[in-house]
Design a protein around this ligand. Sequence first.
Ligand SMILES: NC(=O)c1ccc[n+]([C@@H]2O[C@H](COP(=O)([O-])OP(=O)(O)OC[C@H]3O[C@@H](n4cnc5c(N)ncnc54)[C@H](O)[C@@H]3O)[C@@H](O)[C@H]2O)c1
Length: 254
Amino acid sequence: MDVKGCAAIVTGGGSGMGAETGRFLAAAGAKVALLDVNLDGAKQVAGEIGGLALECNVADAASAQAAIAKARETHGSARVCINCAGIAPAKRIVGRDGPMPLEDFTRVIDVNLVGTFNIMRLAAADMQTLDPVTESDERGVIICTASIAAFEGQIGQAAYSASKGGVVSLTLQAAREFASNGIRVVTIVPGLIATPMLLSMPKEVQESLAQQPPFPKRFGRPDEYAKLAMHIIDNEMINGDCIRLDGAIRMQPK
Ligand SMILES: NC(=O)c1ccc[n+]([C@@H]2O[C@H](COP(=O)([O-])OP(=O)(O)OC[C@H]3O[C@@H](n4cnc5c(N)ncnc54)[C@H](O)[C@@H]3O)[C@@H](O)[C@H]2O)c1
């Protein structure tokens, strides 16, 4: 699908992979709305690309509904929805202070899994109202972001792994459900990508992690995620899949 002139929604658009994908979409001619709890970050990227910055907590029904309505009012219903919002706090199931507080687990599930579902349901409802645009009657594409922690969760990643595993499981189900409306659902499964999420870890942890991908032996870059997202949007045979972007890394227990 050609994104020129299309409306696009990017959650987590104020930083990292979401911000970079917003830049790529705008460069290709899309009208981009950046939804983020961090409004300052979203505003900065929006200023760069002539996009729309909207404050949004993806885990909250009313907040997401309001942000998507505002994006629709400004740009029209989106044909492209990129779910990048996410958090990755680490904690053991049973740590030195006892069992993980249940709310710590729930919070990660709320943002990463419920948040992805929340935006997906609202974006898909809007996409279904649009006219098809390709020979195959495609109406739109929803891209979600899981993590290799969905498959190889390290110690301390219980909540994160479970949340991203949920995103992986949702992908095929949603693609099947939306197929009759010409809407694809694809999930990108990043390995280690150099964004504020990763670069906020201690230097020694970063140095050790950067050595782990077999090839290339470095962190991935946000533009490598954005390029894959743009290819997925363009290539309509990619549907219902989870695509690893990880330099062949397979994370060890710790
Ligand atoms: N960086 C990595 O190595 C890596 C690896 C695998 C998966 N991921 C996933 O990729 C996605 C993008 O992460 P990133 O690395 O660009 O991180 P990032 O921290 O740079 O960006 C994440 C953005 O999400 C926003 N956000 C957090 N909670 C939100 C909420 N409730 N509502 C709306 N926005 C919210 C943050 O404000 C931030 O702008 C995340 O889902 C993350 O879990 C990252």
